[in-house]
Every structure is written in C-alpha cells, then in structure tokens.
Design a protein around this ligand. Structure first.
Ligand code: DGY
Length: 317
C-alpha cells in the first residue's frame, strides 16, 4: 500500500475513504506544518495531499524524499506549488478542477453584491443599531444593466457570467484565448485588458495566478477603468497590487472592492480592514460541504488513479 501525507485535515468521510486505499498520515490537529515538518513527515511517503496554505517552492521540493512522486493539491489553483521544480524532480502535481466551479461563482457574486451595495457599512450600522432610513442612506451601485468585465473566462468566469446575466448585467471578458460561440454566448470578447477594463463598470477577477497575471491590477491599469468601478477578486490575492488599489479606493476611482483572497494569506492588508468601501471574506470560495467533500474525494482519487494507471487526468505539470 502506498503511504500518503495529508498536510491538512480533509472532510472526515473522505479521510475514511483514503484510509481504505492508502497508509495515511493525517494532520489530526489541522495545524499548519512548517517546511521542515513537511519534509520530515513525508520522508517515508509516496505522495502528499497539499492545500493552498502550504508553499512548495524549489527549496522544499528539492529536499523532499525521492520516494515522493505525486503532490495532489486540494484546489483548482496551484500557485502555491512550483510546478516546474516538481517536474524537474519527476514529481507530478494534480489539482481539483470542475467540482468547485459553482460554489466559487456564488462567492464571486456575493462579493460583487457586498461591494456594490455597501454591505460593510450596512452591517456596521445595523449591528450598532444607529441607523435611520432615509432616501439618501447608503446609496450603492446597481448591477442591472451595468457592464460586468470578467478577467479570465474559464470555468469559474463562465459560471459567474451565467449568474450575472440573471441580474441583467452585460457581460464582457478578456481571456488568453477567445471562447467558441457556444461558450461565449452573448458576451463581448476583448483582446486586451485595457479594452476590457475601459468598459468595466464592474470587474470580476477569475483568472489564475501566474507570472503574467501577478499585479495585473496596478496603478497604471486602474486608470483604464470608468470612474467609480466596482472590483471583486475571488481568484488569488497576487493579481491585485494592494497599495495602488487602496489609493484608488480612497480617491474614488474605484467605488468599492470585494475580496475573498489576499496577498500573503491569511494576512490581509490592514488598510482594507479600515476602509468602509471594502467588503472582505476569508477565502470562502469553495467552502460548502458538497464542494469540499467533492474536492477531498478528487484529491484522493487523483493519487489513486495515478498509482493504478501511472497517469491521471488532472496533472498540471
Ligand atoms: C481553489 O481551489 O483554488 C480555491 O481557492 C480553494 O483554495
């Protein structure tokens, strides 16, 4: 039987399933493991199930035991892993696509709405019991008839578009590759981010985090937006350059911002927490039982499939 290290706790029934397939080393307390702990604890293992909270850079990958042949990442994003360094060591990396698309799109819509309709301020007033209704109270931005730019029209981007259409939004998108007409539907393709941002009354960030997308929202590109845009990031924190965003939130270029993901999680730039036009959630994109269970099972099945067939459909390197 192959031996697998689980860096974090997964859904209980999935862990039970894994116990039938492999010798398992679970993280019972669910405490974050240090690099050294990952290296020593995986020393006698054949594979690792990792999550977004562990960084597998070149340094740690080069120190892993030669026995490790697979890192199965719990998540569709795998920017926490240096996949080239893994490849050099003949370690395959897998992810868990598809199963989290709908849950993540729901959170994308929540942060768009939370930012547009001033939920941070509204919740504070309501909880402090110090509000009075008035026709001018907490006036927000309406989604109906507004243009929604989607940065990254993959599975999650398209699921956001599907939901946003029912709010009456007009969909625009930028993607590395233009979608086929059946996927594009009524959405308008832009061949540059400048063109997309310039029509984005709202922007939903749904691209993956790569060298090319790191800080793609920055001082220069924020100027492309219409004044008073609403921006929401449910992808990865690294896509936004925080200092420029904070300046734009203060001077009104950006009306409001919805965030589920951050640079250097679990830290959040302290100014985001003091600005009333920022709506924050703690990386809840895939956090429903159905989705987390499906992700847990898929992360396990990726390893099972790999050891059974010497291959796996969700390899990313
Ligand atoms: C993902 O799969 O990338 C989600 O953000 C969960 O980490």
């Amino acid at each position: 039987m192959k031996k697998i290290l689980f860096t974090r706790k997964l859904i209980k029934t999935s862990e039970d399933y894994a116990s039938q397939l492999f010798k398992v080393k679970f993280n019972i307390d669910d405490e974050l493991l240090t690099k050294e702990e990952i290296i020593t604890q995986s020393n006698d293992c054949d594979g690792i199930i990792s999550t977004v909270t562990e960084v597998f850079d070149n340094d740690i990958i080069s120190k892993l035991s030669k026995r490790i042949v697979i890192i199965s990442n719990f998540g569709v994003g795998f920017n926490n892993i240096d996949i080239k360094a893994a490849k050099k060591r003949n370690i395959i990396v897998t992810n868990t696509p598809d199963v989290l698309t709908e849950a993540t799109a729901e959170i994308a819509i929540l942060i768009i709405l939370g930012a547009a309709r001033r939920a941070t301020e509204g919740i504070k007033y309501a909880r402090n019991k110090n509000w009075k209704w008035s026709s001018n109270f907490l006036i927000g931005k309406e989604l109906n008839q507004a243009r929604l730019g989607i940065l990254g029209m993959g599975r999650v981007g398209r699921a956001v578009a599907h939901r946003a259409r029912s709010f009456g939004m007009k969909i625009h998108y930028y993607n590395r590759v233009r979608l086929s007409p059946d996927l594009e539907k009524d959405s308008v393709y832009h061949d540059s981010i400048k063109s997309l941002f310039s029509v984005s009354d709202f922007l939903s960030i749904n691209c993956s985090s790569t060298k090319e997308t790191k800080h793609i929202i920055n001082k220069k590109t924020l100027n492309y937006f219409p004044n008073g845009a609403v921006i929401a990031n449910s992808a990865r924190g690294e896509i936004i350059e925080d200092d420029s965003m904070i300046e734009a939130l203060k001077n009104g270029k950006v009306f409001s911002l919805g965030l589920d993901v951050y640079n250097g999680e679990p830290n959040i730039h302290p100014e985001y927490l003091t600005l009333s036009n920022v709506f924050v959630l703690p990386h809840l994109g895939s956090a429903t039982y159905t989705t987390r269970k499906a992700m847990s099972d898929l992360a396990i099945d990726n390893i099972r499939e790999f050891f059974e067939n010497g291959n796996c459909k969700n390899i990313v390197n």
